[in-house]
Design a protein around this ligand. Structure first.
Ligand code: PMP
Length: 432
């Protein structure tokens, strides 16, 4: 049963394990938006393997493609193969023509963090500069450079030794202003501050190699960046010859309603980082797309054994075909509107500070109405109650005060209906 497996695994596995601590289930199998545990309980999975399963668990067409590919070739290092060729073509086809013809692709190790490492290394190599600018609240992964550019201080604190040179700036968002300003009074002070410190650096500080940003901070609490802020950062970085890296590990592959979130900001980045949902079914793969003028790497400059997962390539090409065929991006936008509507009542709840999202990335931020402090304890209880009712959700943001949902991109209206009512129920019954 679930309890037995959870106990046994907790004895043997590292103390760093995290999901089963808050969501104590042992998974027997899964299909689409549903997970069945070893005790035969069925859950709606609105975590989607941390935003990985864009077409849900074990999409039958992807299973077929992966199985076929497994019969031919599974692991291909970085040799050319037909599966890799088709996947490369499919990835590039998601970019607008102007960008597509300028971009090169680099396959990284299996995780998002590895692609972040690659992006940081590439920007440093191409510019000959060592520093990176990142944003408060950002999250880019658990490896060393990825952790260094993440705003998540708690993760870094226990690790002795220096972190690569990173400077953090406030992240500007209409709904979550770091300066406490309303959109009407803000003239993107965050961008102004960044601009001032880059144009007039004190003490001859050299310019950074790159600015790295998420366009919707995911782990940071589902915070979309303000449009004029992002556009100013792009104009500034271009003007000062600083590279702009967008981390689309979570927002990419259609999650926000367009292939990439940066499309909604009308900008062209120099480097794009993608991973999580690339294969649509959870086969690990990570990559960066970057402007060919940056291709200053020597052969072997960023290697890794697992850069040729043919199963991921085959599934990823098929996932893009299915998303186009079934107009899944339109579903993302429609289901996003549905969630917005269904969670409307939550906005009246005294402990709900904000309900926000883009596409199928949503967060309900909880705060104490008396002093505005993040209500992480309440959010943790909501997550537990939601699980009891059969809904898997995640948390993020300061003190984990944001209840986050990441449904599969092909989720149906019926499942969204049920899931949102379970979430409402969980919140209503949890006393602060
Ligand atoms: N970047 C972003 C925006 C992420 O959300 C994550 C993971 N949540 C990562 C990078 C790191 O990806 P991985 O866990 O696969 O290393």
């Amino acid at each position: 049963c679930s309890a037995e497996l959870l106990t046994r695994q907790s004895r043997r596995e590292s103390n760093a394990r995290v999901y089963p601590r808050h969501l104590p289930i042992a998974i027997a199998e899964a299909r689409g938006s549903f997970i069945r545990d070893l005790d035969d309980n069925v859950f709606i999975d609105f975590l989607s393997g941390a935003g990985v399963l864009s077409l849900g668990h074990n999409h039958p067409e992807l299973v077929r493609v992966v199985t076929d590919q497994l019969g031919r070739l599974a692991h291909g290092l970085d040799f050319p193969t037909p599966a890799k060729d088709a996947f490369t073509e499919a990835q590039l086809s998601m970019l607008a023509p102007g960008l597509r013809h300028r971009m090169k692709i680099h396959f990284c190790g299996p995780t998002g963090a590895n692609a972040v490492e690659a992006a940081v290394k590439l920007c440093k190599t191409a510019t000959g500069r060592g520093d990176i600018i990142a944003f408060q609240g950002g999250f880019h992964g658990g490896s060393h450079a990825a952790m260094a550019v993440s705003g998540a201080v708690a993760q870094k604190k226990p690790v002795p030794g220096g972190m690569p040179g990173v400077h953090f700036y406030p992240y500007c968002s209409c709904t979550r202003c770091p300066m406490g300003l309303a959109p009407e009074t803000c003239t993107t002070n965050c961008a102004g501050y960044l601009e001032e410190s880059l144009r007039n650096p004190w003490g001859g500080v050299p310019p950074p190699a790159a600015v790295i940003m998420e366009l919707v901070q995911g782990e940071g609490g589902v915070i979309p960046a303000r449009r004029d802020f992002v556009r100013r950062v792009r104009a500034l970085t271009r003007d000062l010859d600083i590279l702009l890296v967008v981390d689309e590990v979570q927002t990419g592959c259609g999650r926000t309603g367009t292939w990439f979130a940066f499309e909604q900001y009308d900008i062209e980045p120099d480097v794009i980082i993608a991973s999580k949902a690339l294969s649509g079914i959870g086969m690990p793969v990570a990559l960066i797309l970057y402007d060919e003028r940056l291709d200053t790497w020597a052969p072997g400059a960023h290697t890794g054994t697992f850069r040729g997962n043919q199963l991921a390539f085959a599934a990823g090409t098929e996932a893009i075909r299915i998303i186009r065929r079934d107009d899944v991006l339109a579903n993302v936008r429609r289901r996003g509107e549905q969630i917005d509507h269904l969670l409307e009542d939550l906005r009246k709840h005294p402990w709900v500070r904000d309900v926000r999202g883009q596409g199928l990335m949503w967060g309900v931020e909880l705060a104490d109405p008396r002093d505005g402090r993040p209500a992480g304890a309440l959010a943790r209880r909501v997550r537990t109650h939601a699980l009891r009712h059969g809904l898997i959700v995640e948390l993020g943001g300061r003190d984990d005060c944001v209840v986050r949902i990441l449904p599969p991109l092909n989720v149906t209206a019926e499942v969204v209906d049920i899931a949102c009512s379970l979430l409402l129920q969980a919140l209503t019954e949890c006393r602060p």
